[in-house]
Design a binder for this molecule. Structure first.
Ligand SMILES: [Ca+2]
Length: 195
């Protein structure tokens, strides 16, 4: 898995008005850093199957450290964090499936498992029934501001993100991550070097 370096993101900083305050916003397209092979796959569902993406340990069916986002010079004083992930799922078999998905945030040190509730945090989840032949897009969204649980997980050492997609039933499913966008927000004052 490629590591996600954000030093160049300083070039991408754009001014944005937010609630009458000016924030510097770094937009990160995580998909552009993830190997294409990690973005989609097929699962046979004999009962219950879970897939963890992006994959960090060579087996998408086992929990791992997800995607490390590091080298974060803009995070001296983070004012906000937002994420929006879209995953397309299609029931390619003959049985009805129950599908559930969740998005997790973890500190850089949580390298073994960002899905076990130790150090990490679930920021968003969704679930629904998927009939044979049906296709649906899951959207997972979350936004954090200063003081929210989870903001302390994002430090100069970086942070980790990932998704768990679970399917239950007797069928098969094709999944594809179609969007994975992060926003890191900081007040301009915080960017002034302290010397
Ligand atoms: Ca963990």
């Amino acid at each position: 898995m490629k590591r996600l370096f954000l030093l160049s993101l300083l070039l991408l900083l754009t001014l944005a008005a937010c609630s009458a305050r000016t924030l510097l916003v770094a937009d990160v397209d995580v998909l552009s850093f993830v190997d294409a092979a990690d973005l989609e796959g097929d699962l046979t569902v004999p009962g219950s199957v879970q897939v963890f993406v992006p994959d960090a340990d060579g087996d998408p069916l086992t929990p791992d450290g997800g995607q490390l986002v590091d080298q974060l010079p803009v995070l001296d004083a983070l004012a906000g964090f937002a994420v929006r992930v879209t995953v397309e799922v299609e029931n390619t078999g003959g049985g009805t499936l129950q599908v559930a998905a969740e998005f997790r945030l973890a500190p850089a040190s949580d390298s073994a498992d960002i899905y076990d509730g130790v150090q990490d945090l679930k920021l968003a989840e969704a679930g629904f029934q998927l009939d044979p032949g049906a296709r649906r897009t899951i959207t997972l969204e979350a936004e954090l501001v200063q003081g929210d649980a989870g903001m302390e997980l994002i430090t100069q050492e970086g942070f980790r993100v990932g998704m768990k997609i679970a399917a239950t039933g007797a069928s098969s499913v094709h999944y594809r991550i179609t969007g994975f966008d992060l926003q890191l927000k900081q007040r301009p004052f915080d960017l002034i070097p302290s010397g």
